[in-house]
Design a protein around this ligand. Structure first.
Ligand code: SF4
Length: 368
């Protein structure tokens, strides 16, 4: 059976890291001038040697994005259904060891959330929960999806990794995409960041996109949590994963997100990534892969999001609430992370239009 685990095992973190940091300006020039880039080119483009080429990279990234996606930006919003979680993750507000009021939305509460989110104009929604199998397991998802599906053209999920047969049960209900971030590909430190709960099983998580591919999902969303470990090495492994998946499950579409760790409670990220470095990473992905959807969330500041629109991004969220029930009522539930761009969806849409782009609220309709 196909598994990325076999590819992963052939790559050592330290060797990959050394290889990225040894890339030269000449390697970057070669990568920029090629027609089709490979993973070695991606290493060059994310390396420190590429920093002086940022303007050139941004220009190329913009051109490639316009060629493939036109001047459109897709809008979506997350809907948090539950903040219950059985895992301890050292960086997350929903972590089991964080004493807080836990909420899982009832049918009635979901109905209220739908009403508010629809009033913003959204047709693409991302369902998010913590990982608590007993309260928010497959049965809960099944009911929630059936309730939500008639109101939205496109539903994606970012919930606990599931088995293949569980995905096969949920996908026909109208799930278009599933997001599953590895958080970090540094296997030893993964265990440090995820000391308790099902998520501490590195291999099960790493194998999730394979289960999704086998289940026949339309789109898989990948990403690492920037701030946990060296972002260049983590991003290379993410690109390696993407490369493998594209070759193995070639009918599936892929997206990559760039969650930069935001402070929560009083904790700060371990590794810093500057705005310029994040632009470099986004452009590197686009130059490496012209088909990829690239997403930026409200974790990023207003200023950063305004500037990145033209440089390769295809999808943005706006007006997000990261607490369950947060749209319909001002709950006092703790958020998963702090929002940085607090503009309303309409304000963000105006900003996008102001830059000459068409805002797409709905671009695809799956038969009911
Ligand atoms: S990151 Fe996900 S699994 Fe970890 S504590 Fe937060 S909600 Fe739970």
């Amino acid at each position: 059976m196909n598994s990325f685990l076999n590819v992963f095992e052939q790559n050592s973190w330290e060797e990959v890291k050394a290889s990225i940091y040894s890339k030269t300006e000449a390697d970057v020039r070669i990568a920029l001038n090629k027609k089709k880039r490979d993973l070695e080119d991606f290493k060059a483009l994310i390396s420190p040697s590429a920093a002086p080429f940022l303007e050139e990279m941004a220009k190329l990234s913009r051109e490639l994005t316009l060629k493939r996606f036109g001047n459109t930006i897709q809008m979506f919003v997350p809907m948090y259904l539950s903040n219950e979680c059985q895992n301890i993750c050292t960086y997350c507000g929903f972590s089991l060891d964080n004493p807080m009021r836990r909420t899982t939305l009832t049918e009635k509460q979901i109905e209220k959330e739908i009403e508010v989110v629809k009033s913003y104009g959204y047709d693409h929604i991302l369902l998010v929960t913590g990982e608590a199998n007993k309260t928010v397991g497959v049965d809960y998802f099944e009911k929630a999806i059936k309730q939500i599906r008639p109101h939205f053209a496109n539903i994606s999920m970012e919930v606990q990794p599931l088995d293949q047969d569980e995905y096969e049960k949920l996908l026909p209900l109208g799930i278009h995409g599933v997001l599953v971030y590895q958080e970090t590909y540094h296997e030893d430190n993964y265990k440090f960041h995820h000391p308790k709960g099902k998520k501490s099983n590195f291999e099960y998580r790493l194998d999730t996109p394979d289960r999704l591919g086998r289940a026949g999902v339309h789109k898989i969303g990948l990403g690492v949590l920037i701030g946990l470990e060296d972002w260049r090495t983590d991003s290379f492994f993410n690109a390696l994963h993407l490369d493998y998946l594209e070759k193995t499950y070639w009918k599936t579409k892929y997206s990559v997100s760039f969650p930069r760790l935001r402070p929560y409670a009083d904790k700060e990220p371990k590794v810093d990534m500057s705005d310029r470095e994040l632009v470099q990473l986004i452009c590197a992905y686009r130059i490496f892969n012209e088909e990829l959807e690239l997403t930026i969330s409200t974790r990023e500041s207003e200023k950063f999001r305004n500037n990145i629109i033209k440089l390769g991004i295809t999808t943005v969220s706006a007006g997000s609430k990261t607490d369950p029930g947060g749209y319909a009522s001002n709950t006092d539930a703790l958020e998963q992370f702090e929002i940085s761009d607090e503009r309303t969806p309409q304000e963000v849409a105006s900003m996008i239009k102001g830059q000459g782009y068409e805002v797409v609220w709905k671009d695809w309709d799956q038969g009911l």
